[in-house]
Write a protein that binds this ligand. Structure first.
Ligand code: SF4
Ligand code: FES
Length: 362
């Protein structure tokens, strides 16, 4: 049990290792916090190796080596080797910019299991504009073909928003042509950088409905050729998603500077205290840190969640979104149509702007 009786303590299954916040791209919906960790703050190789071994001992099965751009670290191969040696399934999440074929080959040699490449659009000029980096699209294509040549499984991650959502079919065709076995149609999440750029990124309801119908048709058309993962974007849904599979239930996130978070955006919630792997063992943080215990189980919930039959399915939705939209991280996610703040979501979804993006730069 957790210390304050919040139900059984599960083992985490996945760990997102944000190895660095450094990244050559400037995506306006980046999931990193607005206050980025500097290179001087980053954990060293030995600490990452220790954290990964502790994660495996705690029950974690998969590590997502992410960032920023993880290849900005010169010791990416050593960290990947340490994860493999700990028995973890290793997934590299890369922008494909700043990673050489040689590094990719070395990663495959030390046991890298899977590669996920983000692609900003199916058209080069738009993709480069969204990424804030000329030539990014061409590099992504080149790295994807190298991933396939090395016989590593490839997932394409396509983050959708107003500028590219009408090309969802082209994105899936592109993923197929690159040899991906899976494509994730992910909609922008509006916290951190996404919140800053919300009006510039927000699709119209008509766009969302067209894209949802297209995805259904593509799933039938390409059944057995590529797996298409897609969910309805938050602001246009009726119920919220069970964000991160429930707070402190299935996953954890280690920042470049070693803070351990229940989700990638948890630092956007004011008042939470995060423990650091420099001072605590991962198992201690998972079981006892105040941030992990803040929203575990259902005891923290208010109405309408507290008595809702869905509370063990969606866990009241996303804590970060509840905080961003209501100022109360223990409120129901306003995406839920039962939330007293639900009308705000429709109001915000109607606000659109063609101002330039605020790019994520360090
Ligand atoms: Fe989920 Fe709370 Fe809405 Fe019920 S009221 S569906 S638990 S967010
Ligand atoms: Fe933090 Fe959803 S992103 S709980």
């Amino acid at each position: 049990m957790t210390p304050s009786g919040q139900g059984p303590l599960h083992s985490p299954l996945g760990l997102l290792a944000e190895l660095t916040h450094r990244c050559p791209l400037g995506c306006p919906y980046c999931s990193n916090p607005l206050a980025l960790d500097t290179r001087e703050d980053e954990l060293d190789t030995a600490t990452w190796a220790r954290v990964l071994a502790e994660a495996a001992a705690l029950g974690v099965l998969q590590v997502h080596l992410s960032g920023g751009e993880p290849a900005a670290r010169r010791d990416l191969v050593d960290i990947t080797a340490a994860a493999h040696a700990a028995g973890l399934y290793t997934n590299l999440i890369t922008s494909a910019v700043g990673i050489t074929e040689k590094t990719l080959g070395a990663l495959a040699d030390v046991g890298l299991d899977h590669v996920q490449i983000s692609i900003q659009d199916s058209e080069a000029s738009s993709a480069d504009h969204i990424a804030g980096y000329d030539g990014a699209f061409a590099r992504k294509r080149a790295l994807a073909s190298e991933v396939v040549r090395l016989k590593l499984p490839l997932t394409v991650n396509a983050v959708m928003h107003r500028a590219n959502i009408d090309r969802v079919e082209d994105m899936v065709e592109l993923a197929l042509s690159l040899g991906a076995s899976r494509v994730e149609i992910a909609h922008v999440q509006y916290y951190g950088w996404g919140l800053k750029n919300r009006a510039m990124l927000m699709p119209t309801r008509a766009q969302v409905e067209r894209a949802a119908a297209t995805v259904e048709e593509l799933r039938t058309r390409h059944h057995g050729r590529i797996v298409i993962d897609a969910v309805v974007p938050d602001y246009h849904a009726r119920y919220p998603k069970p964000c991160v599979g429930g707070w402190g239930r299935r996953s954890l996130n280690v920042t470049p500077a070693g803070k351990v978070l229940p989700c990638h955006a948890a630092e956007s919630i004011a008042g939470l205290k995060f423990w650091n792997v420099r001072e605590h063992a991962l198992a201690d943080i998972w079981a006892n840190s105040p941030a992990f215990n803040a929203f575990r189980g259902t005891a923290w919930m208010k109405e309408p969640c507290a008595s809702c039959p869905r509370r063990e399915q969606d866990f009241g939705g996303c804590r970060c979104q509840a905080f961003a939209l209501t100022g109360d991280a223990a409120a129901a996610d306003p995406v839920c149509h039962l939330s007293p703040d639900h009308a705000k979501v429709a109001e915000l979804a109607a606000v659109q702007s063609d101002e330039p993006y605020v790019y994520r730069r360090m």
